[in-house]
Design a binder for this molecule. Structure first.
Ligand SMILES: N[C@@H](CCC(=O)N[C@@H](CSS)C(=O)NCC(=O)O)C(=O)O
Length: 308
């Protein structure tokens, strides 16, 4: 009875794929595993089932999802994986954090095939160039309107697939001319890059920045998603991780202003230029496909080589 309880518990929390594993292990146990008093050895079955489960982490999730943070540039990178095919993507990988990202994917038996940039970043170098060197099948992706070189260019309304997962691409210009928001409608998730930050939004003072356009992008594209959709930003500077459409429509201090006041507010924002802008822009206009020296500086390259 106790054993049956444990089995039921596993099924309740792990659902479909693990139930399939369980069937096959029970089958083999039935034929040759019995306890001393002749009963079926279900305990042994359970142990083997747990091992099977550990082999493919997160197989019970409808989409595999991890939010990862770079504490130097306050950037979020997102790993998304298809639980059935193990195909995976990274949204906004950071050059210096690529080894971390690849290791996590390997541990989860995911095959990263695409790196999607939400826009041409000004504050850090994208990891998509380095990922192309490390992973043979990997392709860089960005909007066509960004003007950046990439393997795949996306336009407003495009649908982008990895494994059995589908992403809807929404053009959301304003922070930069080529900003894209990536939506997973089936999972009620949207990745807004720097168009919308939690209780804030991206600056609009360079790279074809346009506060009027940003206001329209947010209200017409992001805020017309269902209220319960989770929004995941490109950065957070205050320790927040995610928000929802409903929360931002109600509490975002910038976007709840009327358009005229928003434009004035953005004009007066007066932020210092990002420290790495001179390095980041040329590198990101090629999705990071430039020499290590250009990204790190020649002294840093030598010290990196010493570390490996
Ligand atoms: N201090 C950082 C840059 C901070 C910054 O400007 N962030 C951008 C997004 S990255 S271009 C932004 O839009 N911020 C909006 C805001 O209200 O903070 C650095 O030197 O890199």
């Amino acid at each position: 009875m106790k054993m049956l309880g444990i089995l039921k518990h596993s099924i309740r929390y792990c659902r479909r794929p693990v139930a399939a594993n369980l069937q096959s292990t029970i089958g083999s146990t039935n034929s040759n595993k019995r306890t001393l008093d002749g009963q079926l050895d279900l305990r042994c079955t359970h142990v083997r089932h747990v091992h099977d489960d550990a082999k493919r982490v997160a197989e019970h999730e409808s989409v595999i999802f991890r939010q990862m943070f770079d504490g130097e540039t306050y950037t979020y990178t997102y790993l998304l994986g298809c639980p059935e095919t193990r195909a995976a993507i990274l949204i906004d990988p950071v050059y210096e954090m690529v080894d971390r990202d690849v290791k996590v994917a390997e541990e989860m038996e995911l095959d990263i095939i695409y790196g999607l940039n939400t826009h041409v970043h000004a504050d850090h170098v994208t990891g998509t160039g380095k990922l192309k060197e490390l992973l043979p099948r990997f392709k860089s992706v960005i909007s066509k309107s960004s003007g950046a070189k990439a393997d795949i260019h996306l336009e407003d309304g495009a649908e982008f697939k990895f494994g059995n997962q589908c992403i809807k691409c929404l053009s959301t210009p304003g922070h930069t001319g080529g900003c894209m928001t990536y939506v997973l409608p089936e999972h009620a998730m949207a990745f807004t890059g720097d168009a919308l930050l939690i209780r804030a939004c991206g600056r609009t003072d360079f790279q074809e920045g346009d506060s009027g356009k940003l206001y329209e992008s947010v209200w017409r594209k992001i805020f017309t998603l269902p209220n319960h959709f989770y929004l995941y930003p490109g950065h957070d500077y205050r320790g927040f991780s995610r928000t929802t459409v409903a929360e931002e429509k109600k509490f975002n201090p910038r976007l709840t202003l009327d358009k005229e006041k928003f434009v004035q507010f953005m004009k007066e924002l007066d932020l210092a230029y990002p420290k790495l802008i001179d390095k980041s822009l040329p590198a990101n206009l090629k999705c990071g496909e430039i020499s290590k020296e250009a990204i790190l500086g020649s002294e840093d390259v030598l010290s990196h080589m010493g570390n490996h």
